[in-house]
Design a protein around this ligand. Sequence first.
Ligand code: ZN
Length: 346
Amino acid sequence: MKKKTVFIYAAGATVLLAAFAALGYQYTVLDSRFQTLETQAAQLQESNSSLNSQLEAASVQLKENMSQLEDNASKLKEQEEYMEGQKDYISQLSEQIDSFTEGDTDGEDGGEAWEYDPSQDAYPDLYAATKEDAPKVGTKYVYLTFDDGPSPLTPKVLDLLDEYNAKATFFVVQKNNEEYEEYLSEIVKRGHVLALHSYSHNYNEIYRSVDAFLADYEKVYDWVKEKTGYTPSLFRFPGGSNNGSSYVGHQIIKEMTRRGFTYFDWSVSSGDGSNLTTTQNIIDNICTHVGTVELPIVLMHDGSGKEATLAALPSVLKYLSEEGYEFRSLDQYVEPVQFRKASSIE
Ligand SMILES: [Zn+2]
């Protein structure tokens, strides 16, 4: 090979190498620019998406505000309608006032004034219920009351009362009498008044406080209600309303009256509280005292062991009935006999 040719090849190779080197350098520069651009593009995308979400939140808020505004508008409309209604109402009222002040009594609308004429009453039976057997003037009533039952004596007392078509009042005690509870319904069924006397009849227990009294009373009240379906509204304090301390007694009376219960003491005692009282004593006590009081409410017992009372009962019923007495049950319309008066307690 000639020297010249070699030189030409060498020069050609050198030029090629230089060209490659230049291209390589260009490539590196371009690559790094490309990377920078890519990073910038990613940053842009990021800020773009954050802007998007801000935009979305703003549009939600806007929607909310719109609906709030709509709400307010409809409320405003309601208020307007209400005001209109009030205006109408007020104008109706002033019309009415005008017609009153004009003294419109002669029936401008053509109606006639109603006047009751007993001979023309087309509805003789259309009357609200009243106390149909309210005490009549000149009638003698006696109210027999039996405390401390029910007991084995109760059915016999009921039979004797039936013989005279006599109605009475039974103030019952629950404790120790539960085995005779079937007689509670019998008392009601035969038309007598079932009233309460306490659960325990224990003075120390029930007169300790208002709460102690109410707790005891609730027991016997629930018992009678459950066994008979009848809700008693009358009661008698064990030992009478002046039993126990007067301070607690007043509080109990106040609370029981507030609850709508009425209590009855008595005006004639048969004396049968003591087991020493004989049958004849009982008859005498009742028959000699009934005529001396205005409202004879007779205290007797049909608790266990009161055989003397049961034995006295036929004579008592016979005597009083011959004297023209009607035997009645107590009710809330009877003016109660009370040793400690509920009406005097504020
Ligand atoms: Zn008693």
